[in-house]
Design a protein around this ligand. Structure first.
Ligand SMILES: Cc1ncc(COP(=O)(O)O)c(C=O)c1O
Length: 378
């Protein structure tokens, strides 16, 4: 048997990681400007994270949700306080797609409607409902096609008004910042309009903060730059710093009905310990302010790059660099000639930059130097 290949593979085998760096089996050192797919929030192999997980494993690693798991209460309390949503409920699961799947289900139960409005270039995961509302037909099987999924352009005020005013939509789902699509930001005024339209039409607003949350944008959630209050917020990626966890923050008016949502692994002891360790480090090391500051430094430097026709988009440490042509060769040369990892996007011209939130000025300089050298002879 062989592992099923999910992505085109680079010929690199990381065996060790620390902070913003990885080492392969030949001890070659790589700078991680991709955060392992926007997952590494507090840096690789953080000592507090390792200690918390190891200590938990010595006590109890797993038991099912049929018995009490007080660590879930600790996690909900801490996440509620740090994120600014202390009165929301927290459903715990294992991945981003699963979080969106459950958020959509809750919205449909709550409203008694089934149409979902999503946005072009958006990505919400590969499970049944999540892929139905993801703007990528290539990853959607016939079984996942749905007439209830309506795709609109991001920041198209008239289109959302027209659809929502029909009062047939159960939820609008929107990324805090569109990630995989190529780093596209919803306008603040658009989020305000969406939020008030949802309120007046009985539609729930789901903020997918799976990639843009956990401090990446310089606020705990990217939508908090707009000061709106969604009904449901989905999280994963940076939440576990590599431990597979996900969750849904649920507005208190959406009543928890026992048995409606469920999971075997979600909220287990080890997952809670990992998630608590992440929040403790985010708080103790003031990493969200750090991400805001270093995001500004990086963005300002990128805007000064001596290259014509490039566009730089983003917020905090979630940055897209769009070139006038496909950037695969640039990404490739960054790796092979300068040992710098970056991310692709479904827009082939865009390089995605999502480093650990712990990134410092030395790493930023190393990245800029590498990028400059690659661009010099492109
Ligand atoms: C915005 C967004 N939503 C959902 C997902 C799906 O998350 P997962 O791969 O954990 O299922 C992703 C993954 O990249 C994402 O970026």
């Amino acid at each position: 048997m062989r592992p099923y290949n999910v992505y085109p593979l680079f010929d690199i085998t990381p065996v060790r990681a620390e902070g913003c760096y990885l080492w392969d089996e030949k001890n070659v050192k790589y700078l991680d400007m991709y955060g392992g797919h926007a997952v590494i929030s507090i840096g690789h192999s953080h000592p507090h994270y390792q200690k918390r997980i190891n200590e938990q494993l010595k006590q109890i690693g797993f038991y099912s949700n049929s018995l009490k798991i007080p660590l879930q209460n600790d996690l909900a309390e801490k996440l509620g306080r740090i994120s600014g949503y202390p009165d929301y409920d927290l459903f715990l699961c294992n991945s981003g797609a699963e979080a969106n799947e459950n958020a959509l289900k809750l919205a449909s139960f709550f409203t008694g409607r089934k149409q979902v409005v999503a946005f072009r270039k958006g990505f919400h995961g590969r499970t049944s409902a999540a892929v139905a509302i993801t703007d990528n037909p290539a990853i959607r099987s016939l079984l996942n096609e749905s007439d209830d999924a309506v795709f609109l352009d991001l920041n198209d005020y008239h289109a959302v008004e027209d659809v929502l005013n029909k009062r047939e939509t159960c939820a609008v789902i929107i990324e805090g910042i569109q990630g995989i699509g190529g780093i596209y930001l919803p306008e603040i005024a658009f989020l305000h309009r969406l939020s008030s339209l949802c309120r007046t039409t009985g539609t729930l607003l789901i903020l997918d903060e799976i990639q843009s949350g956990y401090g990446r944008s310089g606020q705990f959630f990217a939508h908090q730059h707009a000061v709106i209050q969604p009904d449901l917020i989905t999280i994963a990626k940076g939440m576990g710093n590599g431990f597979p966890v996900g969750g849904v923050l649920i507005h208190p008016r959406i009543e928890a009905v026992t048995g409606r949502l469920g999971t075997t692994f979600g909220g287990n002891h080890l997952a809670c310990a990992a998630s608590l360790a992440v929040l403790e480090v985010l708080e103790n090391e003031a990493l969200i302010a750090h991400a805001a500051k270093h995001g500004e430094i990086l963005m300002a430097a990128l805007k000064e790059l001596p290259v014509k026709n490039i566009k730089v988009r983003g917020k905090g440490l979630m940055i897209g660099i769009e070139f006038p042509r496909p950037c695969k060769p640039i990404r490739q040369r960054l790796i092979t000639e300068h040992q710098v990892l970056s991310g692709a996007a479904s827009n082939p011209n865009t390089l995605r930059i999502l480093p650990p939130l712990t990134i410092g000025e030395t790493e930023i300089e190393q990245f800029l130097e590498a990028l400059n050298k690659v661009l010099e002879d492109e």
